[in-house]
Design a protein around this ligand. Structure first.
Ligand SMILES: Nc1ncnc2c1ncn2[C@@H]1O[C@H](COP(=O)(O)OP(=O)(O)O)[C@@H](O)[C@H]1O
Ligand SMILES: [Mg+2]
Length: 386
């Protein structure tokens, strides 16, 4: 039906073609009727014209169909109606037959024209619709692309902001608290003889020291200075040691000795992946052990964080994997988006019922070997921050 309408539209667009096709149809119809003459004689002389007129009305329009009818009648009268090969004046029965045929032809042409117009307007509406769908699809693709860019920018700004707050906390509030702590210690020594006051002062000193230590920890967790100064290996060793102490979860860290430096973005991304995975293990898994394996081969860094807790159901896994990656900052989805921006991938696997889960991140990366001085600086920096 669709292809017939397309043929009709193609013929309709060319006026000369419409008349030529109609003329050809009339000639064919008269020829077909002539071939049937041994059987029909001059009985029903216009019978083969009906399908030809229906064809003309559908494909060629009113003008060509009228031409087809007239040529058909003249042809039939000349070649079929007795006396043959002359255009005699029709007698009364022939005249009535001719009038009935003309009325039938007019009806077919009128109905054909209505159907033709309907199908043409349907075709126009369809191509309009297709054009609009294509336009909307292009707009959607552009919007998706913008969303991806926006989320990358947001993640980058978040890292910068954390870095800035960490530095501010460490440099200003931390230093002031250290000075205050020293002052209080001095005052405490001066008034030691006033036992009661001295106790309060000692308590306050302890509180200030605790607060100072908390602020230092928060600042380091927001953005560990070791990450910029000494690299991933030292920062992870420091972070995992603190995490194990706070959470009582035993973490096994495997990272090649003298693991070199990566770009700042890659090191931050890997550190955040390990941080998020260990936080998830603490919050959701119920496991008392965890592992963090980092390796480098074939131009890729592979990060594997696993636990032996309650694991994750296939439905939950599918939910996490299929979520739109463009929503930043929501745990696993945030990590996936962060890695995607760096050309990497993140996979979440269940280790089996009650055997925990494993998160694997794969990132394209070239590891630069650390210079000798940097290695010893990293070691001493790690000792200092421990
Ligand atoms: N180690 C894990 N063990 C069991 N379930 C986990 C683990 N890590 C994540 N999940 C499940 O996956 C969900 C999504 O994690 P995440 O995207 O980090 O969001 P959030 O931690 O904010 O809930 C969690 O709510 C939790 O149900
Ligand atoms: Mg989480």
């Amino acid at each position: 039906m669709g292809s017939l309408a397309a043929i009709s539209a193609r013929i309709s667009s060319n006026a000369a073609a419409r008349y030529i096709v109609a003329l050809a149809a009339a000639i064919l119809a008269v020829a077909a009727r002539w071939l049937l003459s041994p059987i029909l004689g001059d009985y029903l002389p216009y019978v083969t014209l009906y399908p030809a007129i229906a064809f003309g009305a559908w494909f060629c329009g009113v003008g060509p169909s009228v031409l087809l009818t007239v040529v058909g009648i003249v042809g039939a009268r000349y070649f079929i109606v007795v006396p043959r090969y002359s255009l005699s004046i029709p007698d009364v029965p022939q005249g009535v037959g001719l009038l009935v045929f003309c009325a039938g032809a007019a009806l077919i042409i009128a109905i054909g024209e209505l159907v033709r117009r309907d199908s043409a307007s349907l075709q126009r509406a369809q191509s309009d619709l297709e054009e609009r769908v294509q336009q909307r699809t292009a707009e959607l693709a552009a919007a998706n692309h913008n969303l991806g860019e926006l989320s990358a920018r947001l993640l980058h700004l978040q890292d910068e902001e954390r870095r800035r707050i960490a530095r501010e906390l460490h440099d200003s509030v931390g230093q002031t608290l250290a000075a205050l702590s020293m002052n209080l210690a001095a005052v405490g020594a001066d008034i030691e003889r006033l036992a009661k006051t001295a106790t309060t002062i000692a308590d306050s000193t302890a509180l200030v020291n605790d607060m100072s230590s908390d602020i230092r920890t928060i600042s380091y967790l927001l953005h560990p200075p070791l990450l910029d100064e000494a690299g991933l290996s030292s920062a992870l060793t420091w972070y995992i040691r603190g995490f194990s102490e706070r959470s009582k979860i035993e973490v096994e860290l495997r990272i090649p000795e003298n693991f070199g430096r990566l770009s700042r973005d890659l090191e931050t991304a890997i550190f955040r992946v390990v941080q998020e995975c260990l936080t998830n293990i603490h919050r959701h898994s119920g496991s008392s052990v965890a592992k963090v394996f980092i390796s480098h081969a074939d131009g890729h860094v592979r990060v594997e964080v696993g636990d032996k807790g309650k694991g994750i159901s296939p439905q939950k896994r599918a939910e996490i994997i299929s979520s739109p990656a463009a929503i930043p900052g929501v745990g696993i989805r945030g990590m996936r988006e962060r890695l995607r921006q760096l050309g990497g991938t993140l996979d979440v696997q269940s280790n089996g019922e009650g055997k925990g889960m494993t998160v694997t991140a794969l990132l394209p990366a070239e590891v630069a070997p650390p210079p000798m001085e940097a290695r010893s600086a990293a070691a001493s920096s790690l000792e200092a921050s421990a």
